[in-house]
Design a protein around this ligand. Sequence first.
Ligand code: TYM
Length: 334
Amino acid sequence: MGFPLGHMIPRVLSGVQPSGNLHIGNYLGALTNWVRIQHDYESIFCIVDLHAVTVFQKPDELRVSIRDLAALFLASGIDPKHSRIVVQSSVPAHAELAWLLTCVTPMGWLERMTQFKAKAALQESIGDGLFQYPVLMAADILLYQAAIVPVGEDQLQHLELTRDIAQRFNALYGETFVMPATKLPAVGARIMGLDDPSAKMSKSATGAGHMVALLDPPERIKKTIMRATTDSGSGVDFETMGPGVANLLNIFQAFADWSNDQMRAHFAGMRYGDLKKQVAEMVVSKLEPLQARYREITSDSGYLDGVLRAGAEAVTPVADSTVRLVKQRMGLGA
Ligand code: TYM
């Protein structure tokens, strides 16, 4: 299935956690960008289940979430004939490299991670896995010598840390890792909550009007968007608009793939009610075909099994050879 990973062209790697409902922030910040660039590179897209278990997950629900996420990758347009879809825990080298990198990572670097601080504040007892989370993410990337990592804005700090870890390893043990570059989408790198545009749209948020999930039925999508928080103005003013209006315009622009000029010409002066209607229609028109593909894919579990098996088989030799090299550099093994 597809060409064998040969590293003749630069490699792309990214991942999503199989926890909670995937929302339009994940889709616009990550998945659409993956689909856009996948054919220009050797692409590996991971379902990062080892990251998900840094906080407790019900085993039966996690098993389902992993497969659902794989189906959503495919439904979004990831092409399994070209790109590899990999369940992180099915390639043991991720965990092995994570340990080796942990040993070159100062605790102070991890203590500065804002996502760790935010997540830790929500836990009664903080697992060590949550602390090590960014090192495992660095391992995901460095394991495949990925040159490009397409993510949303909230991952910038983790990517900087990945480069710091790679540089430190290279300085201690000699040139080993490719330095990965972050790739943000031009529009949609940070989608905000529809109920509160001062907070990032997040899978773990519980408010009813917070997010549009990729599998929400059309009626629900419309309701959520029509209720979105705007500001006290009444019509779109590109010079003075608040974060709620900016977020709605951002969502429309990312889905429609319009230029800034097109956006201004179309929306300047439009009443908020009409803006919301148009955003809702745009989102529904893009998600309906995705949802239909998702239903098709999930009706054939053998197909999904095959894609995941082929993904793991294709990437394992690459992952193993990096771990072999790293161990050799560190003086480990016979
Ligand atoms: P996760 O699962 O939280 O999010 C998956 C992707 O969605 C992006 N994203 C957003 N983009 C725009 N607006 C938002 N509101 C929004 N919320 C999330 C994220 O930036 C991400 O690209 N640590 C990662 C998973 C990971 C990873 C990796 C990513 C593990 N290993 C290696 C890249 C490379 C995470 O928790 O993403």
